[in-house]
Write a protein that binds this ligand. Structure first.
Ligand code: UD1
Ligand code: MG
Length: 452
């Protein structure tokens, strides 16, 4: 049986007071629409169609869904009709409908709603209901025994109906032929002069067909985002969920409320994350690491047993056993092979440290290749930019770069070489070479006893 989902996201989202379409506002680093599409896919619904407006249509490519533009927003029922008119017809198929402003809906709820159509005698429509504290702007569920008889929008409700605390969450499943029939018959004789999808309930009940409620356990699961206070609430809830998943997988998160995670991270067990830490994009962190406090790691790969304190790591790789921080900034495709030490106030950009390289204090290493076990003294700078172009610095193995060395790139310093404190290196240094001064010159060979 064909199962498709239609996500309604063409509304103007006026209460966000924003130039950006509502469903593109982010929670935990992803647009809210991303979560709805991901949850539908997780529920086994691969064919997802999003109803967009012109602004959203311009950005819909990133979601890898089919989209249909609803030019005029005449209501949720109209949005569904516009979508169905543009889709091939499968009368005995099933259609799940979701609203794009509800990013917290777990996959299980979509699955359960779709399954409810066929359980316990066929129904024409299933819909998620939720008990919610009053007052609320949600549509009210008017029941007739175990079934739903009507949904009344808050704006159209009588005082008695407003006292009902069972609400329409805004998640539905239909058999397709019946849905097509229902939306073709909707009227807009209500307070907003809109075609309400929710009026499909009365359409079915009039024909003696069944509408089955699917109660949701937690009203946070169906939180609809209409303004930025709700956006913040949803972020908090989503972050708590992501943290919980990692904690259950063996990660210690000292304070989930001040640890900001995103949905697609991999974090190994026995890693400990301290407060004030943000981990984002497709970052992978290995096992037994210590991360934070006050650290930002984005789109990075961190090995096993790595310590990162009060530092920023962006688009870079840190190998096993390395110690970073406090106050280091590693960025721009830097790669540290492992057992590295990067200390206070060190910036590394687009550089490669082989195993055991150390730069413990106050340095800038940009566009550099550094060989095994080399020590970069405090205050070292690779002068990689000549005002118009970037140049490379190559430093060999077991080199000792003295404190406050400036290396004017492009430059090569051979294996086992040494620069004295305060050197300004303007010429290549051969393997084993020893230079010092400004500009750096070879040091006189050490006096041998026979020279005296
Ligand atoms: C809707 C429900 C209400 C439910 C609530 C849950 C209707 C009539 N009412 O009300 O019963 O309790 O959701 O959050 O459905 N949209 C379009 N095109 C349109 C109009 C809306 O795509 O022409 C989209 C919006 O972008 C939004 C969704 O449909 O994602 C819901 O619309 P919204 O205006 O937010 O409906 P609510 O008033 O919240
Ligand atoms: Mg809404």
């Amino acid at each position: 049986m064909r199962l498709r989902a239609i996500v309604l996201a063409a509304g103007k989202g006026t209460r966000m007071k924003s130039a950006i379409p509502k469903v593109l506002h982010e929670i935990c680093g992803r647009p809210m629409l991303w979560y709805t599409v991901a949850a539908l896919r997780e529920a086994g619904i691969d064919d997802v169609i999003v109803v967009t407006n012109d602004e959203l249509e311009a950005r819909i490519g990133e979601f890898r869904v089919r989209s249909i533009v609803q030019r005029e927003q005449l209501g949720t029922g109209h949005a569904v009709k516009v979508a169905l008119d543009a889709l091939p017809r499968f009368d005995d198929g099933r259609i799940v409908i979701a609203y794009g402003d509800m990013p917290l809906v777990p996959a299980a709820i979509f699955r359960e709603t779709a399954d409810a159509l066929d359980s316990d005698g066929a129904a024409s429509m299933a819909l998620v209901t939720v008990k919610m504290p009053l007052p609320s702007n949600f549509g009210r569920i008017v029941r007739k025994g175990a079934d739903v008889e009507r949904i009344v929008e808050a704006r159209d409700a009588s005082a008695g109906e407003l006292a009902i605390d069972e609400m329409n969450a805004g998640i539905y499943a239909f058999t397709e032929g019946e849905l097509r029939d229902a939306v073709a018959n909707l009227k807009n004789d209500n307070a907003q002069k809109e075609y309400y999808l929710t009026d499909a309930v009365e359409h079915f009940v009039r024909q003696g067909k069944r509408v089955r409620p699917v109660p949701a356990a937690d009203h946070l699961h169906v939180l609809g985002i209409n303004d930025r206070t709700e956006l913040a609430k949803a972020r908090r809830e989503m972050n708590a969920r992501i943290c919980e998943r990692h904690m259950l997988d063996g990660v210690t998160i000292v304070d989930p409320q001040t640890t900001y995670l995103e949905p697609e991270l991999r974090i190994g067990r026995d890693t400990v994350i301290y407060p004030g830490t943000t981990v984002s994009l497709l970052t992978e962190i290995g096992e037994g690491c210590v991360i934070g406090p006050h650290t930002r790691i984005s789109d990075a790969k961190i090995g096993n047993g790595v310590t990162v304190r009060e530092s920023v790591i962006v688009q870079s790789e840190i190998g096993d056993g390395s110690v970073v921080g406090p106050f280091a900034h590693i960025r721009g495709h830097a790669k540290l092979d492992g057992d590295n030490r990067v200390g206070n106030f060190v910036e590394i950009k687009n550089s490669h440290y082989e195993r055991g390289v150390k730069s413990a204090h106050l340095s800038y290493l940009g566009d550099a290749e550094i060989g095994e076990e080399t020590n970069i003294g405090c205050g070292t700078i690779t002068c990689n930019f000549d005002g118009s172009q970037k140049h490379k610095t190559v430093i060999g193995k077991n080199v000792s770069i003295g404190s406050d060395t400036a290396i004017v790139a492009p430059r090569t310093i051979g294996d086992g070489a040494l620069t004295g404190a305060g050197s300004v290196v303007t010429k290549d240094v051969p393997p084993g070479g020893r230079v010092a001064g400004n500009p750096a010159r070879p040091l006189a060979p050490k006096a041998k006893p026979s020279d005296r």
